[in-house]
Design a protein around this ligand. Structure first.
Ligand code: GLV
Length: 310
């Protein structure tokens, strides 16, 4: 008999077919998703999510839940404390998305610094025939401060070195094996860099880390890049800093309340916006889906989990 699995979202390429093969998949569909979950409440043993929150309430509602297989590297949307207390396993999808996500940081940085998206709109609107496109800025010789020098932060650093950008970093602790200068003080680092790049974890520990005072330190020549989580930035403070031009610009892949993005950003030329595409390639998302499925199979076959969070 197949175990029942609650799929909170539609999964990565190939994921649903593979899950259907091994599990009885419960899809909380409209018009009454809650009723569908309620019908299977006591038999659901596994749950998959990408970025849909998994709260303590939901876990309490599923008394026989054994595993949450998350199809993302970040797990700030899962109540780990509640899972731990219940002995529910939680897995994620690290490593396979590192390169793609680091690429998006560079994509945003190059675009905003060299005004590429703005340039594209300029050409399409036939403005080039009427006037000169404004100048951007040089990458080489600048300094980037990376917040969170984990796997993705290090992959960003590696790419930036090819652009002759100097690297410094901030995080909860120094990594002596890294060749880059460490700043324990985030504000001091923001004041010293041209590009502030966020690659840290989301969650309570980093909530609102980039606030008015950090943006002020970054200053009118500094650019902010966020491929981490919207929650790391105080979005209201960022909107004020961007509208006052108290920072030079921003490249954003993540937001506070996705998929809703503050309207004020839509009219800003010095901002480049992407819809949370860090890992959004066919190759990487397929691998992420495989990890989700393989973690679930490992769990139910009594094997060691591939990528446990807890
Ligand atoms: C995406 O944001 C992820 O955490 O994988």
């Amino acid at each position: 008999m197949k175990h029942k699995l609650l799929a909170l979202d539609s999964g990565h390429p190939g994921q649903m077919n593979a899950l259907d093969e091994h599990f009885e998949v419960i899809r909380p569909a409209k018009p009454d998703p809650e009723r569908i979950i309620q019908e299977h409440q006591h038999e659901i043993k596994a749950l998959t999510t990408y970025l849909t929150p998994v709260s303590r309430n939901l876990m309490e509602y599923l008394p026989n839940l054994e595993i949450v297989a998350c199809g993302a590297v970040g797990f700030d949307h899962i109540d780990l404390e509640a899972a731990k207390q219940r002995g529910i396993a939680v897995t994620n999808t690290p490593d396979v998305l590192t390169d793609d996500t680091a690429d998006v940081a560079l994509l945003l940085l190059l675009n905003v610094v060299r005004r590429a998206v703005e340039g594209d709109a300029f050409v399409r609107a036939r403005m080039w025939e009427k006037g000169v496109f404004p100048l951007g800025h040089t990458m080489a010789g600048k300094t980037a401060g990376i917040v969170g020098l984990g796997r993705i932060g290090q992959a960003i650093a590696q790419r930036l070195q090819a652009f002759n950008v100097e690297i410094v970093y901030h995080g909860p602790s120094e990594k002596p094996e890294q060749p880059f200068q460490y700043y324990a003080d985030l504000k001091a680092m923001a004041a010293d860099v041209d590009f502030l790049i966020l690659a840290c974890r989301g969650g309570e520990a980093t909530k609102g880390l980039i606030d008015h005072s950090v943006l002020k330190a970054l200053g009118p020549h500094g650019f902010l890049i966020n491929i981490a989580r919207g929650s790391v930035v105080n979005q209201d403070d960022l909107l004020v800093a961007l509208s006052n031009k108290s920072i030079a610009g921003a490249g954003l892949d993540v937001y506070d309340n996705e998929p809703r993005v503050p309207e004020a950003l839509f009219t800003m030329d010095h901002v480049v916006l992407t819809p949370h595409i860090g890992s959004a390639t066919i190759e990487t998302r397929t691998k992420m889906g495989e990890i989700v499925v393989n973690n679930l199979l490992a769990h139910f076959e009594g094997r060691t989990l591939l990528t446990p969070v807890i």
